[in-house]
Design a protein around this ligand. Structure first.
Ligand SMILES: C[S@@+](CC[C@H](N)C(=O)[O-])C[C@H]1O[C@@H](n2cnc3c(N)ncnc32)[C@H](O)[C@@H]1O
Length: 213
């Protein structure tokens, strides 16, 4: 981080600039709110040495929320496709392991980083911009990367719901994982958002972590 700057400085400016240059890659009209970031990161464990990967880190608002939950000896990686956002993340958040590339190559990136399994994957990827093959490829990579008991969360918006690719994604989530949950809506977000959670294990006990569908 540059001297005199704080995490968050320039996040929205960089994000909006990237949207104007490349609207079909960002898939959003504004960064996630802190309320959404808090909800999406409820899957991040507080266990020592936990490893968390974020898909589509953008301006870094969810990266900051992951950092707030992760123990100091945890490892935090972020995969981001947009080069402007990658530059911004590396400049503003030197503590984050930023990987420039496609979330569909998650397993390959983790191998290169010396990570065998991760405890949580937090995504805010624009699923409705992906065709079925891309959606499935990323979900399969996430499922393969998660340790036993590991959790996946992904942000989506209420405005995405009418789209066929949203329903496609929801179906793939159900067929890839044994337990799928929904949190929200979070009205304090533009547009209002939902967070889906998914894991391979049995549903969490009532009052224990994210809620069920
Ligand atoms: C909706 S924005 C979310 C940004 C930020 N995490 C937030 O919540 O405000 C989606 C982000 O995913 C990135 N992205 C899109 N396709 C991607 C892909 N295939 N792999 C990795 N990142 C991708 C975009 O560049 C963008 O930064």
């Amino acid at each position: 981080m540059l001297p005199g700057t704080r995490p968050g400085d320039g996040d929205t400016r960089t994000f909006l600039g990237a949207i104007m240059r490349n609207p079909h890659q960002l898939g959003a009209i504004a960064p996630s709110s802190k309320a959404v970031a808090r909800l999406a990161t409820s899957v991040v464990p507080g266990t020592r040495g936990a490893v968390v990967v974020e898909l589509g880190a953008g301006g870094g608002v969810i990266s900051d929320a992951i950092r707030d939950r992760l123990p100091p000896d945890g490892r935090q990686l972020a995969i981001e496709l947009n080069h402007d956002m990658v530059r911004h993340l590396r400049r503003s958040r030197p503590w984050l392991e930023v990987i420039a590339g496609d979330a569909g190559d998650l397993g390959r990136f983790l191998g290169r980083a010396g990570v065998t399994q991760v405890d949580a994957v937090v995504s805010s990827l624009p699923w409705t911009l992906f065709d079925e093959r891309q959606q499935k490829r990323i979900l399969d990579e996430v499922s393969a990367a998660l340790a036993l008991g590991g959790m996946f969360s992904t942000v989506t918006t209420l405005t995405a719901m009418p789209f066929r690719r949203f329903r496609l994604f929801r179906g793939l989530l159900e067929s890839t994982f044994t337990t799928v949950g929904t949190m929200g809506p979070v009205w304090h977000n533009v547009p209002p958002a939902l967070v889906f959670t998914a894991s391979e294990g049995p549903p969490p006990a009532a009052g224990d972590g994210p809620g069920r569908r």
